[in-house]
Write a protein that binds this ligand. Structure first.
Ligand code: SF4
Length: 469
């Protein structure tokens, strides 16, 4: 069976996700008739993916069809990523490809704030809008291809239209970020923290679960800061007030009966409060914490949130409460001023903290970021060398942690089935960014099934298991 989704070196924050073809299968079906068709290319992180889902949901609710290829589209929307210069270049390339293949292109997303650069490269684009400008994107589509009246437009499902498989969904709980990490320009693109009221999040989550979603992936820029901007305001949920507070939201989500996985969590002290929920099986024993580094001087230069916390010690305490806790993270090597000692400190910390999965980036300057003014640039060859050393160390940690799972009974959520068997994930693995479990020969499972298994074998990324019942 071919391995998929098992690359420990990728990161949700930077992974380019391009979806021009598969959209049609989750787009609520196709209808015969003259409705205009919109093609969609979605780049960047899961937060951008959720933006794409919202735009598509709105367009489908107005009767537009989603085209599966450029040739069949009346207009193409490209949702861009502007996180790194390499991501911007990838966005420009995607716009160029859509222009060459179709010629009627609307640009949106994080890179949309650099309209002049986009228009200089591709003067023929119809419109350029920035992140979260859903109404402007839809208005631009209206201008390009006016919607036709369709008496059946209300047939869009209440949970909206999604780009993910039916059995898992990203749940965005806030936009923006109050932090000012020196390498990042996201706050200038997406603004300060703006949390959704707790009952809005819960209504969406409940609809998703009612529609068959088995796993909710909670995302934002800073998940543990949820509700700070709302002063933890209460809103009514199931006849009771629910506070817009990290712990309260996690508790309520844990009552929905789906897997709940937390992404983009910073290790603020109140994160300690959700660890018992993990130990009790209410939410998954999994934290995605983008540490970026471990050496104090580098964290200080990065201006990372919660950098002053003694995280290795906290992680030990968390594991005392919830021994099964898996931590995935992302790191940057070659940040300006990073010394050999700093880097060795990071490698040692990685082993002590037992980080299950990690993505690693070689530091890249981003236009407009404060870090560009820092001294001590690390040569590219040294960055590359450190990246290889980091990945080798991480593979050793991962292999050791996975080997310790052999012989255990584990619930696996099935993602794919073909005539060779099934591929799924454990509670310790998120889709796309972590590892897989292979159930060779098990062809009776269906995507979305939760299967009790015994782990038989491991390597440095994945597990192999057999069904128990
Ligand atoms: S926490 Fe830092 S890296 Fe993350 S979005 Fe906010 S400023 Fe950027």
């Amino acid at each position: 069976m071919t391995k998929t989704s098992a690359n420990a070196s990728t990161s949700a924050n930077s992974k380019i996700r391009r979806s021009a073809g598969p959209l049609a299968k989750n787009s609520g079906g196709t209808k015969s008739g003259p409705q205009p068709k919109v093609g969609f290319v979605s780049l960047g992180c899961p937060k951008a993916l959720v933006d794409s889902e919202r735009i598509i949901t709105k367009l489908r609710s107005e009767g537009y069809q989603i085209a599966g290829d450029y040739a069949g589209a009346d207009v193409v929307v490209v949702n861009t990523c502007g996180f790194l210069d390499s991501a911007k270049q990838e966005s420009l390339d995607a716009i160029g490809e859509a222009m060459a293949s179709n010629g009627r292109v609307i640009v949106t997303g994080c890179f949309g704030v650099e309209e002049s650069r986009i228009r200089a490269a591709h003067p023929g684009v119809l419109a350029v809008t920035g992140p979260h400008q859903y109404e402007q994107v839809v208005a631009a589509v209206h201008d390009a291809v006016p919607p036709l009246h369709d008496p059946y437009i209300d047939l869009v499902p209440p949970e909206g239209l999604r780009l993910t498989p039916r059995h898992y969904a990203y749940l965005k709980i806030s936009e923006g970020c109050n932090n000012r990490c020196s390498f990042c320009i996201i706050p200038s693109l997406r603004g300060d923290l703006a949390s959704r009221p707790a009952n809005h999040v819960m209504i969406e989550a409940e609809r998703l679960v009612s529609a068959g979603v088995k796993e909710l992936l909670v995302i934002s820029q800073d998940t543990s800061a949820y509700g700070l901007d709302l002063k933890y305001a209460e809103s009514p949920w199931r006849g009771q007030p629910l506070k817009a507070r990290f712990l309260d939201l996690c508790t309520a989500l844990g009552d929905l009966g789906a897997w709940v996985r937390l992404h983009y969590v910073y290790p603020y002290p109140h994160v300690d409060d959700v660890i018992p929920l993990m130990a009790d099986g209410k939410i998954l024993p999994y934290l995605d914490i983008p540490f970026q580094h471990a050496a104090p001087s580098v964290l200080k230069a990065m201006r990372r949130p919660a950098a002053q916390e003694k995280t290795a010690e906290r992680i030990r305490r968390w594991r005392h409460i919830c021994p099964d806790l898996a931590i995935r993270s992302t790191f940057i090597v070659g940040f300006p001023g990073e010394t050999e000692d700093d880097f060795n400190f990071l490698l040692q910390w990685l082993k002590e903290a037992k980080i299950s999965r990690a993505g690693c980036f070689k530091y890249e300057a981003v236009d407009g970021a404060k870090a560009n003014g820092l001294d001590g640039a690390v040569p590219e060859e040294l960055k590359a060398e450190r990246w290889h050393r980091f990945m080798a160390a991480q593979q050793d940690v991962s292999a050791e942690l996975l080997a310790a799972k052999v012989g255990r009974t584990v619930d696996v959520l099935i993602d794919e089935v073909d005539d060779e068997g099934a591929i799924g994930r454990t509670p310790w693995d998120a889709p796309d960014i972590d590892g897989s479990v292979y159930l060779n020969g098990d062809t009776r499972a269906k995507p979305g099934d939760l299967v009790r298994t015994k782990i038989l074998h491991s390597d440095d990324t994945d597990l192999w298991a057999e069904r128990l019942v």
